[in-house]
Design a protein around this ligand. Structure first.
Ligand SMILES: *Cc1c(COP(=O)(O)O)cnc(C)c1O
Length: 387
């Protein structure tokens, strides 16, 4: 786990903020910083030997117990909070791997198609690696926070008249014809980094959970989790593999219907994808695990986003709430998780897209704070309903 890295390299000590309980004399703390997913798990990753890690100390994210969902299900439900990664989404796990390898192999520029988070992550790691980041995004469909990240990290952002699937086609074309390395999750190195989330979960729980629920867009993440769980089971580090359940937005649910969506549409922009690049891997994860894909409406997604924030203190972006929305919909339909252990991945941070969050809050009947009072206790108390 985060607090127990496996070597004694000590960086970033902060004297006075924590103490080593094993030191009876109470000497200054030696804290050990999580090294990022490549150094923590290098022996288990299929990346070229000797590749220096370009890292922002991604991974090591918290597994937060949800009293709310555990109470609703009579199960032990854990949230894998991937918004706690350096750029605010799980994309950093794959990006440290892809950028490290691209840098090691001599690339000077990197390109990706993105619904927002891949570009934010790629731009940050490219900056760290001194590579030129080139980003292709669908025009007008990127959350402001994600766009700001890409711009601030120095990316050349190109808006495309089209959707994510069009952007990915262009990115592949550019990488074929020009000297730029493609770092979308069609690059298998991305999945090598992303599978470390499954390792962390097993390391923390002591075994794989019974069920793993997560949002699915381009389907790289579910493929990567399955890779990680299988690897741990094969190595004897887990006694079982979870049932994988992937949730898509109803307006972009090709894995549910079995047909690509030419015009995917959803407020959950991070999963607004009509033709997932990792389609076959995702179907294999479903079939080998006895799992399934299901669709949730935008309304269910935004409601789950609000509930998660207000019950569990975890604020995620809309797409990230699809797994929770799926679980709630299943419960409503009479499904049971009773007695099992469940991990739900929440994929990205709520601060990336506050506009959609507040729109959802308002359309759910919530009133946005707009009371202005004079700077007097009595007035504030009246406004707060305390008197
Ligand atoms: C990328 C992303 C997803 C979808 O993951 P895939 O690997 O494309 O299925 C979901 N949520 C967030 C926040 C993302 O950034």
């Amino acid at each position: 786990m985060n607090a127990e890295p496996s070597t004694a390299t000590s960086t970033g000590t902060s004297p006075g903020t924590s103490t080593d309980r094993r030191d009876p004399a109470g000497a200054p703390a030696r804290t050990h910083q999580w090294r990022g997913v490549i150094e923590e798990y290098r022996a288990l990753l299929d990346i070229p030997a000797g590749t220096p890690a370009i890292t922002l100390r991604e991974g090591g994210t918290p597994l937060v117990h949800s009293e709310w969902l555990s109470g609703l299900t009579d199960a032990e439900v854990w949230l894998k909070v991937e918004g706690d990664n350096p750029t605010g989404s799980f994309k950093d796990r794959g990006m440290t791997a892809a950028i490290s390898v691209a840098r090691h192999q001599g690339a000077e520029a990197v390109v990706c198609a993105s619904t927002g988070n891949t570009s934010a992550s790629m731009a940050a790691y490219a900056a760290k690696a001194r590579l030129k980041p080139l980003v292709l995004v669908p025009e007008g469909k990127i959350a402001a926070g994600k766009m700001a990240q890409a711009i601030m990290h120095g990316a050349r952002v190109i808006m495309v008249r089209g959707n994510f699937d069009d952007c990915l086609r262009l990115a592949k074309g550019l990488a074929e014809e020009y000297p730029v390395a493609l770092v979308n999750s069609v690059n298998p190195v991305r999945l090598e980094g992303q599978k470390t989330a499954a390792f962390e979960i097993v390391d923390f729980l002591g075994d794989a959970p019974d069920f793993h629920l997560l949002p699915v867009g381009n389907a790289g993440n579910i493929a990567a989790y399955w890779l990680g769980y299988r690897q741990y089971a094969d190595l004897g580090l887990a006694s079982r593999r979870p049932v994988m359940r992937g949730f898509q937005a109803a307006g972009a649910s090709p894995l549910v219907t079995g047909e690509p969506f030419p015009d995917p549409e959803t407020k959950a922009t991070a999963i607004r994808i009509g033709n997932p690049a990792s389609w076959h891997l995702a179907v294999a994860a479903r079939d080998e695990s006895g799992g399934r894909f299901a669709a949730v409406s935008d309304e269910q997604i935004l409601e789950a986003q609000r509930a998660l924030a207000s019950h569990d203190g975890v604020f995620v972006e809309p797409a990230s709430a699809a797994g929770v929305a799926g679980m709630l919909a299943e419960l409503e339909a009479g499904e049971s998780y009773a007695g099992s252990s469940v991990v739900v991945t929440v994929t990205g941070h709520g601060l990336k897209d506050t506009v959609t969050a507040l729109e959802g809050f308002a359309s759910g009947g919530g009133s946005i704070v707009d009371t202005v009072v004079d700077a007097e206790v009595a007035a504030a108390a009246r406004a707060a309903g305390l008197d």
